[in-house]
Design a protein around this ligand. Sequence first.
Ligand code: NAX
Length: 327
Amino acid sequence: MTTPVNVTVTGAAGQIGYALLFRIASGQLLGPDVPVRLRLLEIPQGVKAAEGTAMELDDCAFPLLAGIDIFDDPRRGFDGANIALLVGARPRGPGMERGDLLEANGGIFKPQGEAINAGAAQDVRVLVVGNPANTNALIAQAHAPDVPAERFTAMTRLDHNRALSQLSAKTGAPVGDITGLTIWGNHSATQYPDVFHARVAGRPASELVDEAWLENDFIPTVAKRGAAIIAARGASSAASAANAAVDHVFDWVNGTPAGEWTSVALPSDGSYGVPEGLISSFPARSVGGRWEIVQDLEINAFSRAKIDASVAELVEEREAVKGLGLI
Ligand code: NAX
């Protein structure tokens, strides 16, 4: 058997963790020939539940699962990590202001960034799922100066998949016939799902839908889908979030299909007027194990205004965490 890949998952006892771990262990994260060793990181109160999940993982007898270890110390949890899925985060409680939320998450993502810096494998790739995902990724990255910044990403793949599904429903084309969609900006209600470069079975999506539908239906439906799931299910998205994390890492490691792109929140290099260093969602291709921002897409006035609004929110979040001394 080849050397197993170490996959650290934080928030392993949570609901996304429960949907995610079995897919990783079955080989869907990295491929059907790649053995994995799971390193589960929880807070002390979550360890017992994580042990229960580990028992169930054992009971699946996954041939690719080389072992499971459970930790409540980030230094140990990230030791040797090749892939780090940062799912656990502090949710917004009643009466909590944004500053309180950012501060509480700073208390999680700063030590996790330090632990990744101290002990993760040379090739570590980080995906932050826990909200506010973009800014949590920024905090972790700021505390891992020895890890290339580009290895820190945040998840907008669920938004991307939601946009694919909505456009498919509207046009009647299967999702597999849709290419060229992009989520821009923050994984929040200001995100901008952009169809202006999308093609549906080879035809420009903009010929099939009008601006009123984009403005009044598509964009708000995609951006508020998380709230709609909570209203319907009584709990936030879990299996779809786990699925998106699997898609993100699989593509990062194995490459995006030729000629296609997906959406990834990654450190800006200044492309499309997004201030350098902000972790913002872009159209991205994975080539040779690295994300590249798709260049030279024409941005119309409608898109420009929406990208700018979401990026402005990210700038505010960055200023807020700077003000709190978190970066
Ligand atoms: P749960 O509350 O079910 O689970 C979170 C788990 O994280 C808990 O078991 C908790 O003990 C653990 N945890 C808390 N602090 C930790 C720490 N410092 N180290 C290790 N573990 C820690 O939440 P769940 O539904 O699984 O969601 C997890 C996160 O994903 C939330 O922040 C949520 O907002 C975010 N989401 C992000 C999405 C995205 O597209 N980026 C979509 C889905 C989801 O809303």
